[in-house]
Design a protein around this ligand. Sequence first.
Ligand SMILES: NC(=O)c1ccc[n+]([C@@H]2O[C@H](COP(=O)([O-])OP(=O)(O)OC[C@H]3O[C@@H](n4cnc5c(N)ncnc54)[C@H](O)[C@@H]3O)[C@@H](O)[C@H]2O)c1
Length: 317
Amino acid sequence: MKKANKISILGAGNVGATIAYTLTLEGLASEIVLVDINKDKAKGEALDIIQCTALCPSVNIYSGEYSDLEGSDIVIVTLGCARKPGQSRIDLAQGNVNIIKSVMPQAVKYAPNAIYVAVSNPVDIITYTILKTTGLPENHVFGSGTLLDSARLREIIGTHLDVNPKHIHAYVLGEHGDSSMVPWSLTSIGGIPMNVYIDSIRKNKADLTSIDHDMTVETVHKAGGEIIKLKGATFYAIAVAATTICRTILHDADSVLPLSGMLHGEYGYSDVCLSVPFVLNRDGLVNSVTPPLSDEEMKKFSASADMLKDTLSQITI
Ligand SMILES: NC(=O)c1ccc[n+]([C@@H]2O[C@H](COP(=O)([O-])OP(=O)(O)OC[C@H]3O[C@@H](n4cnc5c(N)ncnc54)[C@H](O)[C@@H]3O)[C@@H](O)[C@H]2O)c1
């Protein structure tokens, strides 16, 4: 019986290398492969990380070729271009789609049974491209989607309310990008609907203000761009999000996470990849969850889905 966990990472840039580092610290994989067109970069990152293994869980990490993907349980796709200051994720679409189309046949040739996790942007379009061009099963291909955006949202709410974000359940759904939306009606704190929680806490904390929905969504939308403006790239939070996905898969954890998967009639949409809550386990995406949305939430979700469908119609896959 196979016991070791092998994770391959395509792209050893900021995001790919940080994911490798995060996976190493957590000890999730016994083997990690980094593949990049820039072979020196991939080799350098692998060497830098392997030098921590005397002091952390052991892992065999190395840079390699597509043939080294053989036997991978998970392949994480981070290669391509990243946003420059002022660019939207959609601006990257056709260029990164072309790169994905050129590399995926080699990846799938050697790792046909792996679960593929897209991180490259625009992640919903890249997820769709991988699905359409490889013929891989839909439960084995999905994107990190709005898991990062939802973590950002939970941090903002937690800071406002003085609550550990781990006890806040809140989702960003739709596109991983500027059209994403927050279904506020589903937001809860310690299992208590957010408004009920705030009203209750106000008894002892009269100055506690409600969450400004529009301003919070805008902060989430601008979060990545703000970091790119300040330091050129984002990679820590997305690396932890990717590691969370790998942990959920490898531990067969049946977690409910907002991820970008192929829709089949969810909220009236099909043939588009975007984020709704999905149950994730060792088999990949096993079920979507579609709690009812208010009319206003549904309008915003539709606007996001329509935007992605429109983008798909304008690019060549
Ligand atoms: N989904 C998310 O939440 C999220 C968050 C942050 C970044 N991203 C995205 O992740 C991607 C990577 O970002 P980054 O900051 O690591 O960029 P980066 O430029 O640092 O790294 C990209 C790597 O891809 C490699 N590459 C490019 N073309 C290749 C090819 N044909 N074959 C093999 N390797 C190739 C490059 O050599 C480079 O090392 C971007 O698309 C970025 O927008 C997504």
